[in-house]
Ligand binder design. Sequence first.
Ligand code: SAM
Length: 215
Amino acid sequence: MSADIEINTEKRNFDQEAANWDQVPGRVKMAQDIAHSMIQEITLTPDMDILDFGCGTGLLTFALQPFVRSVAGVDSSQGMLDVFKTKIKEQNLSNVKANYLDLDKGDALEGSYHLIVSSMTLHHVKNINPLLKQFYSILLPSGQLAIADLEPDDGKFHSNNDGVFHFGFDREDLHRTFIDAGFRDVRHRVAAQVEKPVGGGQTRLFAMFLMTGRK
Ligand SMILES: C[S@@+](CC[C@H](N)C(=O)[O-])C[C@H]1O[C@@H](n2cnc3c(N)ncnc32)[C@H](O)[C@@H]1O
């Protein structure tokens, strides 16, 4: 990351955005593309239990749930979780649940899972290394981690950088963090691309990677 970019540590208010989160077509398509790339990279089976970290309104969760036994979402925004829970009711799903969890308040991940997924949440977490170690500790033997997030973006992807601790990730650096946390068979690829306005009448194509690793 270039030295002249300042990180804004204000927490982003996802509660305020929750009601309209799914109304942005580019965001929904990005989540669908990321889900598709996960389905291509990971063999989902009907006996799998998944954790979706930073599940938001469940765009990724609900795309993966038909292929597995259960998906548990966790998120630090009650507003996002309320939208998520409304969808559970509307779709009458018994294999999906959502719980409040805020790492910044010292909450720890619980349970044991065959797969942990996360989409566009890692850049909102200040300390990545302890989080990846927590993921490793709650995965079942040979369980997998699949993280989709921004390629380096110079701080331009978000129109407001509140709560954005990483202006994308260098894949080689993140690969090493996966290895340091204990993961093996670490692989990465492009998962999605989104064109967004960046001011001055210009648009820019932003890419999201998918990185996977096995316990
Ligand atoms: C950009 S949204 C992505 C939501 C969803 N995964 C998607 O693809 O639509 C990031 C989500 O991460 C959650 N989040 C941010 N920091 C978190 C933390 N420390 N612990 C748990 N969730 C967090 C936010 O509340 C938000 O719902």
